[in-house]
Design a protein around this ligand. Structure first.
Ligand SMILES: Cc1cc2nc3c(=O)[nH]c(=O)nc-3n(C[C@H](O)[C@H](O)[C@H](O)COP(=O)(O)OP(=O)(O)OC[C@H]3O[C@@H](n4cnc5c(N)ncnc54)[C@H](O)[C@@H]3O)c2cc1C
Length: 461
């Protein structure tokens, strides 16, 4: 029987998208780096429907790619083998419960991140995961990628925010352990397997997440620096003076800052080579001493600073930061992207050495460096002046090699927060030991013996 006919037997008509024109947007990734095909897109309206889908997929060896907001940067969210089906969870997207005493919210996996943030905010609390893609990415995708984002410094990554999970396994069985316990030492913490698994071990359907008190006041400031070591001194100073208050420490190099300012139609009139966008979140009601902050900046020789004087000004600063990926995609076309992290103590030498290596082989390289420097992670994107089209991908392997060689020298990682997907799987062995990869393969084989869950992602073929 045809794949679509098998699903038609158990699903309602509106749970299947069969029309090629309607399927098309689900088969291309956000970067337009990968284009693929699939037999159909399945839109289960309940967890029970999803279980039926997985039972059929399991019995008939049909490859399934779960897709959230399709904002993956490494081709994780679209199929990489033929005859796959895509499963989307936009109809499994309710809030299940809010528990104020436990400080938790339980939401379904198809809920868009921005909707979770606003639901929690309206209830008087704060959900800290924040990414530029928050208007479209979904909680299930955030968990499956172990998303990081802007507030990792204080709240950690998605892994640190998940207390309980509900997952449909490849054979259709349901594991529901939506625990709201902040402590639980009863053997291995199996939910961690699904966090960061990029859809290769099952489909996440719901999660119990930590929520926090809202800050009394937020201070946003934009600091221009001439030297990268001033950026690092600023981080050191803030981590000492504002250990509990520092929530974001975002870095933008000059080309990135200019590109995004122009794209956003915003100009802050700051001059420098390096720019830092910081957020301090204050929990007490004593008010903030801005004069002291300015003095601290001056002591580092940093006078070229703007402290946002209104929410509007703060939003403009964040707009410049959050528009970077869009600005790059729409202005410079195709780029070779790297989502790396190195120990902060090695950042300066990494940045200097990598630029030297790249420029010596690609003199026309435009290096766009930005990211969550406060936690050591940087987006190292490279455009080539010679070409803005897909032709640039012919240089990807060489550029990856140059960048990743420097990353490894610093004991860093090739995937700080975007995951491996299909883009980086051949580089996995550069950063994980043979034994670690074997353990991953063993787990995959046991949980997904028929290799139907997002095949072709993360692990080497
Ligand atoms: C402009 C922009 C800015 C970004 N900024 C950041 C950032 O600051 N930090 C960061 O970490 N990431 C960032 N990203 C990357 C991306 O948004 C995140 O990885 C996000 O968590 C992916 O969520 P999604 O719902 O779009 O997942 P998708 O892209 O749809 O899927 C990603 C992976 O998760 C799997 N998946 C999706 N839903 C489920 C589910 N319910 N169950 C099991 N597996 C599932 C997919 O199979 C795939 O492997 C950015 C992306 C863009 C486009």
């Amino acid at each position: 029987m045809q794949i679509t006919s098998l699903f038609k037997e158990v699903l309602e008509t509106d749970e299947m998208i069969l029309d090629d024109f309607k399927i098309a947007p689900y088969t291309i990734d956000w970067r337009k780096r990968y284009q693929t095909s699939c037999r159909c897109v399945l839109r289960p309206k309940s967890v029970q429907s999803l279980q039926k889908i997985m039972r059929i997929a399991y019995e008939n060896h049909i490859a399934v790619t779960p897709q959230g907001g399709n904002t993956s940067m490494c081709g994780a969210s679209i199929p990489s083998v033929e005859n796959s089906v895509i499963v989307i969870l936009d109809r499994i997207s309710k809030v299940r419960s809010l528990n104020i005493l436990d400080k938790t919210v339980t939401v379904e996996a198809g809920m868009v991140l921005a909707n979770v943030q606003s639901f929690v905010r309206e209830a008087g609390f704060y959900f800290p995961l924040s990414l530029a893609s928050e208007g479209s990415c979904q909680i299930g995708g955030n968990i499956a990628c172990n998303a990081g984002g802007l507030n990792v410094l204080r709240y950690g990554t998605m892994r640190d925010l998940v207390l309980g999970l509900e997952v449909v396994l490849p054979n259709g069985d349901l594991i529901s352990h939506l625990s709201s316990l902040h402590k639980n030492t009863t053997g291995l913490d199996t939910k961690q397997l699904w966090i960061g698994s990029e859809g290769t071990l099952g489909i996440i359907t719901a999660a119990t997440l930590k929520i926090y008190a809202q800050a009394n006041e937020k201070i946003t400031l934009l600091v221009a620096c001439e030297e990268i070591n001033q950026v690092l001194s600023l981080l050191e100073k803030f981590q000492f003076e504002y250990m509990h208050e520092l929530t974001s420490f975002e870095y933008m190099s000059l080309p990135v800052f200019e590109l995004s300012q122009n794209y956003s139609g915003i100009s802050f009139g700051l001059s420098g080579q390096h720019f830092v966008l910081c957020e301090l979140s204050l929990d007490n009601e004593q008010g903030f001493n801005k004069d002291l902050l300015l003095e601290q900046l001056l002591s580092l020789g940093l006078s070229n600073t703007i402290i946002a004087s209104s929410d509007k000004e703060s939003q403009k600063m964040w707009q410049v930061r959050e528009n970077i990926s869009e600005a790059q995609k729409n202005t410079l076309g195709v780029s070779i992207k790297h989502d790396i992290a190195v120990p902060i103590s090695s950042l300066q030498s990494f940045i200097e050495n990598t630029e030297l290596k790249i420029k010596s082989e690609f003199p026309d390289a435009i290096i766009l460096l930005f990211g969550h420097l406060g936690d050591g992670s940087l987006h190292y994107n490279i455009s080539l002046a010679r070409d803005h089209s897909n032709e640039v991908y012919q240089y990807e392997e060489k550029l990856n090699q140059l960048v990743y060689t420097e990353v490894i020298k610093c004991s860093g990682t090739i995937a700080a927060e975007h995951g491996i997907g299909q883009l980086k799987k051949k580089w996995l062995s550069w950063v994980r030991t043979e034994q670690e990869i074997q353990i991953m393969q063993l787990l995959k084989k046991n949980i997904d013996p028929r290799n139907i869950m997002n095949p072709g992602k993360v692990l080497p073929d």
